[in-house]
Ligand binder design. Structure first.
Ligand SMILES: [Zn+2]
Length: 247
């Protein structure tokens, strides 16, 4: 095939754009099968998920609120945090929530890592969760939603499914309870997988003044009540996406 020289930059540009989409867009399934929402039709249901825990300042009070409201959630825990606070992981499971794998170290440069690295991240986190007395997770949430072929291969080996999200609280950075509620409550739609953050990455915990997670803690009750008032049932993530319940 003869390709005119002038077209090559366009082709390369398109290839880079597709590659970036595949890796960085949380809803993309080009690198590996990704579930990012449930059905939009059918009964109006959403699922609530929390990332980056456990972290005593966030996870504990959030579990209290969820128990008060009889609201199920899924916690995608970081392995290093789970190893440090196993009692919180045990409590998630004991109170009827699901526990998913969110990597051991929460790497930001995971796109450059090899398959062996990802196998180690998945397995060490699974081990920390199992050591807390919780079944091995079937669901994995890629840190920052980034996916690569090597991560996909590791997930095939462990038999875990990648789950991202369709609605973000954007509370992984400093924010307010009002902003969190404004992003979630009026905008949520049937089938949404909502993501908030009950914890912090290990490197953030190590800082002298870790980010205050209280805006998220305070948002949980009005968020759940607001979603229910809109007629949206909050169901376990597995039920929303139609997979068997794991840990
Ligand atoms: Zn995360």
């Amino acid at each position: 095939m003869n390709v005119p020289i002038g077209v090559i930059p366009t082709i390369l540009g398109a290839a880079v754009a597709v590659g970036c989409y595949a890796i960085f867009v949380p809803q993309s399934s080009l690198m590996c099968p990704v579930t990012w929402r449930g059905r939009r039709d059918g009964p109006p249901r959403v699922a609530i998920t929390f990332d980056d825990g456990p972290w005593p300042a966030g996870t504990g009070p959030i579990l209290d609120t969820l128990r008060d409201l009889a609201c199920p959630a899924t916690f995608f825990v970081i392995g290093a945090n789970a190893a440090r606070w196993p009692e919180l992981v045990a409590r998630m499971h004991a109170e009827g929530h699901s526990v998913g794998n969110h990597s051991y170290d929460h790497p930001h440069m995971g796109v450059f890592r090899r398959g062996r690295y990802w196998m180690d991240q998945l397995r060490r986190t699974d081990s920390a969760i199992v050591a807390a007395g919780v079944p091995r997770p079937t669901l994995f949430r890629p840190p920052i939603g980034h996916k690569t072929v090597r991560l996909a291969m590791a997930l095939r080996a462990t038999g875990q499914r990648a789950v991202t999200w369709s609605r973000r609280a954007a509370d992984g950075i400093p924010t307010s309870t009002d902003r969190i509620l404004a992003r979630i409550v009026p905008r949520a739609r049937a089938g949404d997988i909502i993501v908030l953050h009950d914890g912090l990455e290990p490197r953030a915990i190590a800082r002298p003044a870790p980010r205050d997670v209280s805006p998220t803690v305070r948002a949980v009750r009005p968020m759940v009540e607001g979603l229910r008032a809109r007629g949206l049932a909050i169901v376990p993530l597995e039920e929303l996406i139609g997979v068997p319940v794991g840990g």
